[in-house]
Design a binder for this molecule. Structure first.
Ligand code: GDP
Ligand code: IMO
Ligand code: MG
Length: 427
């Protein structure tokens, strides 16, 4: 049976948590493959609302095994507090598996993320300040600390000392901070080791065996396509690969096993942090989208920047991820507009451009060219089938599908598990 990838098609916060949770009932494993606790995935089950940062959204489905893959960066303190928060609410988290090859976010990398941003001043990325960038930098620089290092004190000590050698020079001489003592870091990390140990496993072996046994595995991306370090709006990106290829490198499951790639697509666009955003609104419409859509960051509490739907972005996501389906979310938020602008192409230096430009300079200069689609005023939150939607809402969805290059197989009409119109089955 198949492996499926579910990922963000825009700049994150498309509703991945809800979509993963919805599919959780039909899959055996839900696997995070990149990112860390920079993610903020909201899942609403009945009258209960959960905000997950590091744990896969499948953790809320008892039949499902949640997995943190090798491509994820794990802050052990956050992991334990997120587990405790769920346990306190009666959620059983004992099935969780964590790759021994996942890298650990250490306190010095959280510090470096924050002081690094401060140092950049007005050129800052607007990171979540969770230590994500410095931890991936250490991984690539081969001075990272992995989950498995927690179980060999001598290796852990050597690695922390090696990592801190250079960083303490930076902290003291460039950032004017006190040096960090390796012994204190090792001691703190060792405190977490025993509590994490029951979850640590060879997740690559387990997932490949599961697929061979006909089990269904769902890979859940954090962030979104345009925050990808290779394919996003660099440098205003996160430091990992949320795009579909990341599901393979971040779990050790080969691309031949993946049969479906589902892009989660918001019916309009949002972004948190700095960087270009052609359809961004600075007027009452932007305020209204933010208010009606509840567009406030789950991780940092920052207001999200809001704008109209951008078709070149959706087409780009289809292309770089090989999307087979879209899950369109938050259609209900657009109820009440007389007409809804949709960006169909850009004007760049006086020329019409149909696709996302590869040049960062061009993308910074891109102005949206809008088509105006007729709106609807009827409440759509109770719609169960496509036919239940008002004609203009149906036409809006069909127009987006036409422009985006992959079928829209589900539509979100509210935050709850059941507030979804399923058009084509995913599994
Ligand atoms: P994620 O990071 O992609 O998981 O998305 P977030 O959880 O950060 O943000 C999506 C927000 O939209 C959350 O508050 C969800 O509860 C909510 N949401 C998801 N789907 C829908 C939908 O179809 N309609 C409405 N109104 N809200 C939705
Ligand atoms: P989910 O999974 C939206 C953004 C940050 C910043 C940039 C780099 O909820 O969609 P980082 O801390 O990752 O180094 O910050 O990436 N960012 C997100 N924006 N949703 C997210 O996650 C994000 N995770 C990171 O705002 O612009
Ligand atoms: Mg989010």
């Amino acid at each position: 049976m198949p492996a499926l990838v579910l990922l963000g098609a825009q700049w994150g916060d498309e509703g991945k948590g809800k979509a993963t949770d919805l599919l959780g009932g039909s899959v055996d494993y839900v696997v995070r493959y990149q990112g860390g606790n920079n993610a903020g995935h909201t899942v609403v089950v009945g009258d209960q609302k959960y905000a997950l940062h590091l744990l896969p959204s499948g953790i809320l489905t008892p039949e499902c095994t949640p997995v943190i893959g090798n491509g994820v960066v794990v802050d052990p303190a956050v992991l334990l507090s997120e587990l405790k928060g769920l346990n306190d609410r009666g959620v059983d988290t004992s099935k969780l598996l964590i790759s021994g090859n996942a890298h650990l976010i250490t306190p010095y990398n959280v510090t470096l993320d924050k002081v690094g941003e401060r140092f950049l001043g007005k050129r800052k990325i607007g990171t979540t300040g969770r230590g994500i960038g410095p931890t991936y930098a250490d991984k690539i620089n081969r001075v990272g600390i992995r989950v498995q290092d927690l179980y060999d004190e001598s290796i852990l000590t050597q690695k922390v000392e090696a990592a801190l050698d250079g960083k303490n020079q930076l902290l003291a001489k460039l950032y004017n901070r006190r040096a960090i003592e390796a012994g204190a870091i090792v001691e703190e990390m060792l405190q977490y080791a025993e509590q994490i140990k029951p979850f640590v496993a060879d997740t690559t072996l387990i997932l490949n065996n599961a697929l061979d046994d006909g089990k269904v595995v769902l890979f859940e991306g954090g962030q979104g396509t345009l925050l990808d370090v290779d394919h996003g709006t660099y440098p205003f990106v996160t430091s990992s690969n949320p795009t579909a290829g990341g599901a393979c490198t971040g779990t050790g499951v080969g691309p031949t096993k993946i049969s479906r790639v589902i892009g989660i697509l918001k019916a309009y666009t949002t972004r948190v942090g700095a960087g270009p955003f052609p359809t961004e609104l600075f007027d009452q419409d932007g305020e209204d989208l933010r208010r009606i859509g509840g567009e406030r960051g789950v991780t940092t509490g920052r207001d999200r920047r809001c704008g109209w739907f951008d078709a070149p972005i959706a087409r780009y996501a289809t292309r770089v991820n090989g999307l087979t389906d879209f899950f369109l979310t938050k259609l209900d938020v657009l109820t009440g507009w007389e007409q809804i602008p949709v960006c169909v192409a850009y004007e760049i230096d006086g020329k019409r451009v149909e696709e996302l430009p590869y040049s960062q300079t061009d993308f910074h200069h891109a102005k949206p060219i809008y088509e105006y689609l007729p709106g609807w005023s009827e409440d759509i939150t109770k719609a169960k089938t496509f036919g239940d939607l008002p004609k203009n809402a149906q036409a809006y969805v069909k127009a987006l599908e036409e422009m985006s290059g992959a079928p829209i197989s589900a539509i979100g009409v509210g935050p709850g598990r059941t507030e979804t119109i399923e058009i084509n089955s995913f599994i």
